[in-house]
Ligand binder design. Structure first.
Ligand code: IMP
Ligand code: MG
Length: 185
């Protein structure tokens, strides 16, 4: 966790009740698409997706197992082949339907890497549900099967997303406005 955060303000981008309504809709779509599954495994990406994940899975009516996966990338940016696994799932996914739940798809490298790994392990199907899609920042093509909202290139926090581990508990998603007078650390 960085000790020096740039001074900043958080400006609301997506209101809490708008998020909740969208999560309702996504859960209904997922329920419909998996009504005849014989084993859905929902896998949340730690830590950013945790709040979205818990709101989503408690609205599902199809039988679902839950698990978590955690990654990190070397250095500041996300680069191909540089995604580290910090925590792997506990459950076996061979022959099962897998739904990966992520907070935000930015360059796409994180989810691309995880989805490929799950396919390699013999999942019956692998789909992606992401709260936010920063499509302008994409470096690698990843179809998002269930997408909450498309946003621009702004850095966002809240509803699980952080800036230096802060703001994850906000019930809404906000844009971080940095104080331009302050020099970058
Ligand atoms: P990707 O591999 O570039 O798609 O990066 C995805 C990861 O970067 C996400 O899981 C987030 O942890 C992080 N990330 C990307 N954009 C933002 C943002 O605007 N706010 C907070 N975290 C972000
Ligand atoms: Mg993340």
């Amino acid at each position: 966790m960085p000790t020096t955060l740039r001074s900043h303000r958080v400006r609301t981008l997506i209101e809490a009740d708008t998020i909740q309504r969208r999560v309702d809709e996504l859960a209904r779509e997922i329920d419909r698409d998996y009504h005849d599954t014989d084993g859905l495994v929902a896998i949340g990406v730690l830590k950013g997706a945790v709040i979205f994940f818990s709101d989503l899975v408690k609205r599902l009516h199809v039988p679902v197992l839950v698990d978590f996966f955690q990654t990190s990338s070397y250095g500041a940016g996300t680069i191909a082949g540089e995604i580290r696994i910090k925590r792997d799932i506990d459950l076996s996914i061979r022959g099962r339907d897998v739904l990966l739940v992520e907070d935000i798809v930015d360059t796409g490298w994180t989810v691309r890497t995880i989805l490929e790994l799950f396919r390699f392990r013999g999942a019956k199907s692998v789909r992606l549900c992401a709260l936010l899609d920063k499509h302008e920042a994409r470096e690698v093509d990843v179809p998002i099967d269930y997408c909450g909202f498309q946003i621009g290139r702004e850095f966002v926090v809240g509803y699980g997303l952080d800036y230096g581990e802060r703001h994850r508990n906000l019930p809404y998603v906000g844009i971080v406005d940095f104080d331009e007078k302050e020099p970058k650390p």
